[in-house]
Design a protein around this ligand. Structure first.
Ligand code: NAP
Length: 328
């Protein structure tokens, strides 16, 4: 089969289409003939050598796929050869075939294409476990998500809005602001021109928000503490601007705040299967009803993975970037 290799790592130009053996599924794994694979910011970090795969995971890039089940291991339940599925992989998505633990496989939501389905797993697993599980967002609460136009951001905005929260977000351009407001953000704050702390305090009549999902870090750490309400929660999923901030943490005590975070990839197969079951129950019906929509920005051929990574690093995209491996 063909797959994308990144050799010793580095710039997008290291991404090359190479031949490789088709992986074989273990007893609890499913082999998927990949139609589309999602491109995610963690793939960029892995390509650059800053995010090594966890022990035992495929060294090949690619955290999500959609396609057709080609084979199943002896212990697999509920997934059959020929099923149209999407899946959160442990790596190995940038390839014609990928193996995935069966608990991380979900049906393609009714009415969605394979391309749309490939855009879901990494973002919706991450958003569910961080916003609704760790962050415990409830209907009627206020929620600020940074990076609203990212794959993660648009999933968080739509799900939080659909589940009855008031959503604010930060974005880098007016075009991104309009997109986020179209998908359910009450207000998108253009962080290059406005101080999100002041804006959030005004929007909430100086109370602050109940929950923040942050992927920025750096000087946002202290500013997030200022933007939260008393007893507010902050969930960290990345530190794009640095994880060693020069910050005053006094507000953590004074406002009795809760600060947590997680990374999805190293979590166990059982934990990922548990998140998949939650998505199937709470999120798949919203996707099938059209209440929550996949947002696909651009699709590249697998052989053009380099261009897909260049686009992601330019941050021009709004929503998801995909690789077409076989197509539907
Ligand atoms: N912890 C986990 O389990 C997990 C899983 C998946 C992804 N992630 C992280 O989640 C983030 C989003 O991933 P993605 O794949 O959806 O990537 P993406 O589409 O490339 O999004 C990156 C986003 O970061 C935003 N950003 C950068 N600097 C910002 C700032 N100063 N203020 C506000 N926003 C800022 C960008 O917004 P502008 O272009 O508008 O500046 C962009 O929307 C990444 O950092 C990724 O590493 C974490």
């Amino acid at each position: 089969m063909k797959q994308i290799a990144h050799g010793e790592g580095g710039a997008p130009s290291v991404l090359q289409l190479v031949d490789a053996p088709v992986p074989q599924p273990g007893p609890a794994e499913v082999l998927i003939r990949v139609a589309y694979a999602g491109v995610n910011r963690p793939d960029v970090a892995q390509r650059e050598g800053r995010y090594p795969p966890p022990p035992g995971a495929s060294p090949v890039l690619g955290l999500e796929v959609a396609g057709e089940v080609a084979a199943v291991g002896a212990a697999v339940e509920g997934v059959r050869v020929g099923d149209a599925v999407c899946a959160l992989t442990n790596g190995g998505g940038y390839a014609e075939y990928a193996v995935v633990p069966y608990g991380q496989v979900l049906p393609v939501p009714r009415g969605l294409t394979l391309a749309q389905a490939a855009s879901l797993p990494e973002n919706y697993f991450t958003v569910w476990t961080n916003v609704f599980d760790r962050g415990a967002l409830r209907a009627g609460e206020t929620f600020l998500v940074h990076g609203g136009s990212s794959g993660i951001g648009l999933a968080a905005i739509q799900l939080a809005h659909a589940r009855g929260a008031t959503v604010y977000t930060t974005v880098g351009s007016p075009e991104k602001a309009r997109a986020c407001e179209r998908y359910g953000a009450r207000v998108a704050i253009e962080y290059r021109n406005e101080d999100f702390v002041e804006r959030v305090r005004t929007l909430t009549e100086r109370r602050g928000v109940d929950l923040i999902l942050d992927m920025v870090g750096g000087d946002y750490v202290e500013r997030n503490l200022r933007a939260l309400a008393v007893e507010g929660r902050l969930v960290q999923i990345a530190f794009q601007a640095g994880s060693r901030p020069n910050a005053d943490f006094t507000l953590l005590m004074v406002k009795r705040l809760h600060w947590t975070g997680s990374t999805l990839r190293p979590r166990s197969a059982d934990e990922k299967a548990h998140i998949a079951a939650q998505l199937r129950e709470h999120v798949w019906p919203l996707l099938e009803a059209g209440t929550v929509q996949p947002v696909v920005f651009e699709i590249f051929d697998l052989a053009d993975a380099r261009a897909a990574h260049e686009l992601m690093q330019s941050s021009r995209h709004i929503g998801k970037i995909l690789l077409k491996v076989a197509g539907d």
